[in-house]
Structure formats: C-alpha cells, structure tokens
Design a protein around this ligand. Structure first.
Ligand SMILES: Cc1ncc(COP(=O)(O)O)c(C=O)c1O
Length: 343
C-alpha cells in the first residue's frame, strides 16, 4: 500500500527506537522526567520561547492553550477552515467554554479587515475577544504556509487590542522550510505555539506547547485537568528529541515529492490541482470535474493500492512523508490517470 493519508503514518526511525530504549526515566508529575525536560527545553529553544510542556497530542496542546489563555465565555477569532474548528470535536466549546467566530480568508490567512472588524472588548452587553488563532502550515488550505508579513499583521492587531495569539504550528517546521526561515521566526508572531513531533518528523507520539514561563506553568495545571499528565514519558520524549535533532532538515524532500505529485496530476487535468499552490507536503486535489465524489475516489484508489483521505465532498488530500519517494509518486499519478480517463 502507498499510504498518502497523512504524515502521521510515519514509523519511528531506528535511532528513535534506540533512544527510547536508553531514555532515563522519572515521574514527570513529581520530580520530573529528565528526558521530557530535555525535550521541553529543546522545543522552547527551537520556538524562541521561554518554556515548553510535552503533551500527548496536538489536539490536547491546542485545548490546553485555549484553557490557559482565556476565561470561559470569551470569543476566539479563528480561520473558518482551521483544524481546531473542523477536526477537534468542539473542545473549544465543550471543554474550554469558549465561543468562536470563524473569519473568512484566503489559503488559511484570515482577511485582516474582517479580523479588525471582529475584534472587540468585553462590555456589559458584548462578549469580548479572548484569543486570536492562527494555523501554520494550514491543513485544510492544502498545507499552505502563511506568509510572515501576514502573521505579523495579525499579531500587531492583536497586541493593539491586548488579545493573546496562539499558533497551531502542528507542522511549523514545514512552514519554516517553505518560507526559508527558522521555526522561531514563524513563532515570534504568537504568544504561544504548539507543534507535533508525531507528523512529518516521524516520532510515534507527542506535541509540545511553548510560551512564556508563567503561561507554561499555568498550562501544566490545565494539562493535568484534561488528563494529559504523564508519568515515565521519557521514551516518548526521547523519540521527540531525535525528531527535532535529525528529522527537520529532510522535510524539504517531502515538499519536493508533493510538488512532483501535483505536477503529475496537473498534467492529467489542470482542474485537479495548481502546483504553484503546493507549498509543503500536503496536496489538495479537486475531483469535482469527474462527477465522482471524494469517497468514491478514495475507494477506487484503494483498489489500486493507494490510500488517500477525502477532505471535502469533491476534494482529496494527499500527504507526502519519509516513506514516500519518487517511485511511489509516479505509481500514484499513473493509477490516478487510469481512473480519471475511465470517467
Ligand atoms: C493543523 C493541525 N493541528 C492540530 C492537529 C492535531 O494533532 P493530533 O492529531 O496530534 O491531535 C493536526 C492533526 O492533523 C493538524 O493538522
């Protein structure tokens, strides 16, 4: 099977497995686990923040960020296509007790004027803005990397209004590679940031939430509240350390294979995807012209040994990662072409 459903399918490397066996352990919730503390420090350095807290998942890191930044009842201004609104099962309301206002935008970047209009203080008859939220890279926008000047404009607007900014940077290292910069340059336009070591970086489990010391100290309490307090988490953190130290630089290879895939599909039919819009390792493919729904496409491709995810009624998401090379891409394009011409 050629598995293009997600970069979360990546298996740990040999070096990760080795480091997991050798990790020194402690109780993270008592005196601390030395390997977890090392990962948290390394993560904070990479993000240009004071501190970090290791979490089991990106969803939990986002949820804890909401709980830590906001009082119940405030409003989160967030791109309407964000992962948090569309794939985190409403934790924003059900657990954090927050409202949200979906802001329209382009390729994951909220329209600044719409955002300006939506920001408001808490008054006796008006719910105030609690958090402004960004996602980079942007999953539903086909892995788009938000430009740094856009992020800066959002952060400036937030600061003028004394509103904290959170960055869902699940794939921040992909964003940094696409923008040809360091992750800290991306994260500088947010008060808090989380990223996953479990996606293209190939570690088996984990995300780190980073921010100022006082913020992370409060976040640790909320992490415990939602059940994310871990004990001897050293082996997981050990794999995360290897991920940060050895797997970041190779992400450009995934971007190259994604581009190759987009170019191949574009040659089959230009309505499928515009390769110029493929910034990173996600490729969103529009199959509407075929009159077959994404679910049918994904079933037909599976018959040919290729796994992809439907991401809208007529759109598929292909994700490249370290188990996908040029041969897998060429086989995928070939199989897709056969199905397309069968239409
Ligand atoms: C942008 C974004 N944020 C958050 C998450 C959640 O991460 P996790 O699956 O570790 O909960 C994902 C997962 O795909 C994601 O793409």
């Amino acid at each position: 099977m050629i598995d293009l459903r997600s970069d979360t399918v990546t298996q740990p490397t040999e070096a990760m497995l080795e480091s997991m066996r050798e990790a020194t352990l402690g109780d993270d919730s008592r005196d601390g686990d030395p390997t977890v503390m090392k990962l948290e420090q390394l993560a904070a350095e990479r993000m240009g923040k004071e501190a970090g807290a290791f979490m089991p998942s990106g969803t939990m890191a986002n949820l804890v960020a909401m709980l830590t930044h906001a009082q119940r009842g405030g409003e989160v201004l967030i791109d309407e296509g964000s992962h948090t609104l569309n794939a985190e099962l409403g934790g924003i309301a059900a657990v954090a007790g927050l409202f949200y206002r979906g802001i329209p935008g382009r390729r994951g970047a909220m329209a600044i004027e719409a955002l300006r209009e939506a920001v408001r203080p808490t008054l006796r008859n008006q719910m105030g803005t609690a958090i402004i939220w960004m996602e980079n890279t942007h999953n539903r926008a086909g892995g788009a990397a938000l430009p740094l000047d856009h992020m800066q404009a959002v952060y400036t607007l937030a600061r003028e209004n004394a509103v904290p900014v959170h960055l869902d940077g699940a794939r921040i290292f992909n964003a940094a590679a696409a923008l040809k910069t360091e992750a800290a340059q991306v994260a500088q336009h947010a008060d808090s940031v989380c990223f996953c070591v479990s996606k293209g970086l190939s570690a088996p489990v984990g995300s780190v939430l980073c921010g100022a010391n006082a913020f992370i100290e409060r976040a640790r309490a909320f992490r415990r509240m939602v059940g994310g307090n871990m004990r001897q988490a050293g082996p997981l953190a050990a794999a995360g350390i290897v991920a940060l130290e050895t797997m970041v630089d190779r992400l450009v290879e995934d971007h190259r294979t994604a581009k190759r895939l987009a170019e191949g599909l574009h040659r089959i039919d230009s309505s499928l995807v515009d390769p110029r819009e493929v910034d990173t390792n996600l490729v969103r493919v529009e199959v509407g012209k075929s009159d077959r729904r994404a679910g049918q496409w994904s079933a037909d491709l599976k018959q040919k040994g290729i796994l992809v995810s439907p991401c809208a009624l007529y759109a598929l998401r292909f994700v490249t990662h370290r188990h996908i090379g040029e041969a897998e891409i060429d086989a995928t394009v070939g199989a897709f072409g056969e199905l397309w011409h069968r239409t």
